[in-house]
Design a protein around this ligand. Structure first.
Ligand code: NAP
Length: 281
């Protein structure tokens, strides 16, 4: 089975991403391990409060010793506005105008990740005003037009109207939406439909933590036992088949193996639909 999807502009996006938040001093070791085990896409952010981006870069450097090249990896980072940063540890000059903060942050990311381009740059969340969100997006478009990033996207946008407005306003369309996958937003049903219609790669986090009711449901537990898999594998596989791409941030080598194994088995549509009803999503 193909482990990539193609963006509307022809960029290959691996379906399984390794997430690097909250790994602290273990970040380099875990990124290296994830790549050695088979992950080819890495999600990070220029936000020292939650991500050690320089250590992500170090883990990637070590993985190159396996013979991998830069183009074998898909590296995604984020611009986080001042509101999402630790005020004592902002990785760019907060006194600059927003546009320059973004360019500054992007340069820091490239340096942290030892690369002269990123595969994807994600706006960590819409800004406080629509005007600022547009300024941020137009700055992303400038970086895109300089050829320094292949795809641009948005995260933590739970308002379908806002997302559609940005999509329609944008010269370079959002190619990625990265959101929390949980009941409180109806699992982004409307947003996911919009993403499907417009070739936008939908990726999610909080996938296991926020959906224990699905993982513990009789449907998932029974299927896991029947297929000799864990509940997490069943749920991840089912989402993957439905075009919902979980970012996996495990710290366990065993879980890394199990999560990569979801590429090697399948679940019937009927069973996937039964799991979907457990969300419901
Ligand atoms: N855009 C945003 O605002 C945002 C916010 C949050 C996260 N993210 C991204 O999403 C990534 C994932 O974060 P997350 O909050 O969804 O959760 P996560 O870091 O993937 O955590 C999953 C939790 O489930 C446990 N787990 C149990 N079985 C597992 C299995 N088979 N596979 C994986 N985990 C298993 C893990 O424990 P073990 O470590 O013991 O496996 C861990 O405690 C982050 O690293 C980050 O890149 C983005």
């Amino acid at each position: 089975m193909d482990q990539h999807i193609l963006s509307s502009t022809g960029v290959k996006i691996p379906k399984l991403f390794y997430g690097t938040a909250w790994k602290e001093h273990r970040t380099a070791e875990l990124v290296e391990r994830a790549i050695k085990k088979g992950f080819r896409a890495i999600d990070t952010a220029c936000q020292p409060k939650h991500y050690k981006e320089p250590l992500v870069g170090r883990g990637i450097q070590r993985a190159y010793q396996l013979g991998l090249k830069r183009e074998d990896l898909f590296i995604q980072t984020k611009f986080t506005s001042i509101r999402g940063q630790d005020p004592n540890d902002i990785p760019y000059d907060p006194a600059l105008p927003l546009k320059d903060q973004i360019h500054n942050s992007f340069e820091v990311s490239k340096s942290n990740l030892n690369t002269d381009y990123l595969d994807s740059l994600v706006l960590h969340s819409p800004l406080e005003t629509w005007e600022d969100t547009l300024v941020a997006w137009q700055t992303f478009e400038e970086i895109y037009e300089l050829g320094e990033v292949k795809l641009i996207g948005l995260s933590n946008c739970y308002d379908p109207e806002l997302f559609a407005s940005l999509y329609h306003e944008a010269k370079i369309k959002p190619a990625i939406l990265q959101n929390r996958f949980y009941k409180e937003t109806n699992h982004d049903k409307e947003l996911r439909a919009f993403c499907r219609e417009n070739d936008i790669f939908y990726q999610c986090f909080w996938t296991l933590k926020a959906n224990l009711h699905i993982l513990e449901s009789e449907v998932v537990v029974e299927l896991a036992s029947r297929l000799d898999k864990t509940s997490a594998q069943i749920f991840y596989r089912c989402l993957y088949q439905q075009g919902i791409n979980p970012i996996i941030g495990t710290t366990s080598a065993n879980h890394m193996d199990q999560d990569l194994e979801i590429l090697n088995f399948s679940i019937s549509d009927e069973d996937c639909n039964r799991i979907k009803e457990m969300g419901p999503y």
